[in-house]
Design a protein around this ligand. Structure first.
Ligand code: ADP
Length: 351
């Protein structure tokens, strides 16, 4: 029977040989096809947790199960076929003389026929925008290119579960966008370990927060990542997109600008609103409808209402009725009056 749980971590603790306890009683499970962000400040234990998923390290207590297989010495080959880790530093992953050889290494080890190996290499290189680089030396590529190549070396053996450590570092905007698009449309199970909370917000539906070796929150990404107070209390900050959104709203609210600036900001907020997907947010979200624009909105959910006027423009307020605020309450995503996600039992999250 196929295990619908891709990753299960049961009460896992881990200490390094010098005695440092890097993970303390971690429990969580990730379903097949889920896209989960793993965030936390430096030293929180994110890399340690990743290294337990493919058996680079073994738990001191508790157990890790990947695709129905316990991560144990006797299962390591099978486990590593199921879970591919894309490391932060590509040079940990590249060791062949040419790009082709590096990307072919995984499929070759799976014992695939040459045609299939060729096809997989081409497909993986195309996905990361490195078609035509086959005969180049991996070590002569730029850092950003090596980063994409490292991703291709994992994609080519097609593991069901992909774990990324800071995937966007040193990527130019085009390739960052290409990678986000790929991550969004992928049907694989994805664990994204990152400080880039904008990527986390765009790609992931769930978010785990590790602090000091403990899991302190496990909830909907659009709730955890909107909670400024919680993020700041844990040395993290709101995704840039949300910060910009908040600042511009404040600017609009202050009303100290000419009509042209108002229109520019309204357009930006409008575009931003749509860039963040369908109207499924449950958090407080203001949406400007300047008079006279010709965009037709559909509001499939009952929790949308044009509830108040701002400077002559009706605002589109997206929130469940019980969370609607008065006219003079500022928008504060995830803040007071906002939604709350479930803290992990024993974690530090205060409700
Ligand atoms: P993160 O990836 O969240 O930055 P890490 O998992 O790398 O955190 O580290 C968690 C804790 O374990 C940190 O305090 C770090 O200093 C420590 N640590 C990491 N690797 C080792 C090691 N090889 N030996 C001893 N301590 C380590």
């Amino acid at each position: 029977m196929v295990d619908e749980i891709a990753i299960r971590v049961d009460d896992v603790s881990f200490s390094y040989p010098d005695g440092l306890e890097a993970l303390k009683n971690i429990s969580c499970s990730i379903g097949r096809g889920e896209k989960v962000a793993l965030i936390g400040p430096n030293g929180a234990g994110k890399s340690t947790l990743m290294s337990l998923l493919n058996g680079v390290e073994m738990p001191l207590s508790g157990r890790v199960v990947v695709g129905g297989l316990e991560v144990a010495r006797e299962n390591l080959i099978a486990v590593r076929r199921q879970v591919g880790i894309v490391f932060q530093d590509p040079d940990d992953q590249l060791f062949c003389p040419t790009v082709f050889d590096d990307v072919a290494f995984g499929p070759l080890n799976l014992g695939l026929p040459p045609d299939e190996i060729h096809a997989r290499v081409q497909e993986a290189l195309a996905l990361v925008g490195l078609t035509g680089f086959e005969q180049r030396s991996s070590f002569h590529l730029s850092f950003g290119e090596r980063k994409r190549l490292a991703l291709a070396t994992v994609l080519s053996y097609q593991p069901d579960i992909l774990v990324f450590d800071e995937p966007s570092t040193n990527m130019d905007p085009l390739n960052r966008r290409r990678m986000i698009n790929w991550l969004q449309t992928s049907d694989k199970t994805i664990l994204l370990c990152t400080h880039d909370l904008d990527i986390a917000l765009e790609v992931c539906n769930r978010c785990l927060v590790l602090v000091g070796g403990r899991l302190v929150a496990d909830g909907q990404a659009r709730e955890v990542l909107y909670d400024r107070d919680f993020l700041e209390a844990n040395n993290l900050e709101l995704p840039l997109a949300l910060m910009t959104h908040e600042l511009l709203h404040e600017k609009l609210r202050s009303g100290q600008m000419d009509e042209e600036h108002r229109r520019i900001i309204e357009k930006f907020l409008h575009a931003h609103r749509h860039a963040h997907g369908p109207d499924q947010h449950e958090h407080v979200h203001l949406h400007i409808h300047p008079h006279g624009h010709d965009h037709v909105h559909e509001h499939p959910h009952d929790d949308h209402a044009h509830v108040f006027d701002y400077g002559g423009h009706p605002l589109h307020y997206v929130a469940p009725p019980e969370q609607q605020v008065s006219d003079d309450a500022p928008e504060k995503p995830g803040g007071e009056g906002g939604p709350r996600f479930r803290p992990v039992k024993g974690g530090k999250r205060k409700l």
